[in-house]
Unconditional design. Structure first.
Length: 180
């Protein structure tokens, strides 16, 4: 019984933490061993829910998630976890993509909806890639379509802020501008 429970727990953690949509973005990471650390772990088999608390750290290749709490759950008819919620002050996600670009995200709550291949960052949300970033109260990142939507809280002074940082000019760029 203990061996079966241990096997079930291992499979649940692996399914919970390797969303298929992310595989397309950082394929090489998912051939690496996964390490999950927390001070406390609770698996509720009856309700298909796994909760990790107190300094949660997940590492797999270049992928790194840090949170105060991570909950993975399955809907009633699902065979595997389909919703993952990381909470922190802030919860953070980072990964080096196959093309070498780094993507970083942080928010009070990061929710991944596996079936929809969607990441929702809520509460002081920020996402950045390269030298550009977006921040707002809610940021939705469609992993499959590679689109980002940011919204403000709707309060009077609440705004979505996007920053585009220009690429620094090199000496060859300067020479090309001087010699038409």
């Amino acid at each position: 019984m203990l061996k079966r429970f241990s096997s079930l727990l291992s499979k649940f953690i692996l399914v919970a933490l390797i969303p298929s949509a992310v595989l397309a973005q950082g394929k090489s990471d998912f051939s690496q061993p996964m390490e999950v650390e927390s001070s406390q772990e609770e698996l509720d088999i009856k309700n298909n829910r796994l909760v990790l608390t107190d300094n949660v750290i997940i590492r797999q290749g270049t992928l790194l998630i840090r949170a105060d709490r991570l909950e993975a759950s399955a809907s009633e008819n699902a065979e595997q976890a389909d919703t993952f919620v990381a909470e922190g002050s802030p919860a953070t996600y980072s990964q080096t993509l196959d093309d070498g670009n780094q993507i970083n995200a942080e928010a009070n709550k990061i929710t991944y909806f596996q079936g929809e291949q969607r990441l929702e960052l809520s509460g002081n949300a920020r996402i950045s890639q390269g030298s550009s970033s977006s921040s707002g109260e809610l940021i939705t990142y469609d992993l499959d379509e590679q689109t980002v939507t940011a919204t403000s809280s709707g309060e009077e002074n609440s705004r979505v802020i996007t920053i585009f940082t220009p690429k620094p000019k090199t000496d060859s760029d300067k020479n090309n501008n001087e010699n038409p």
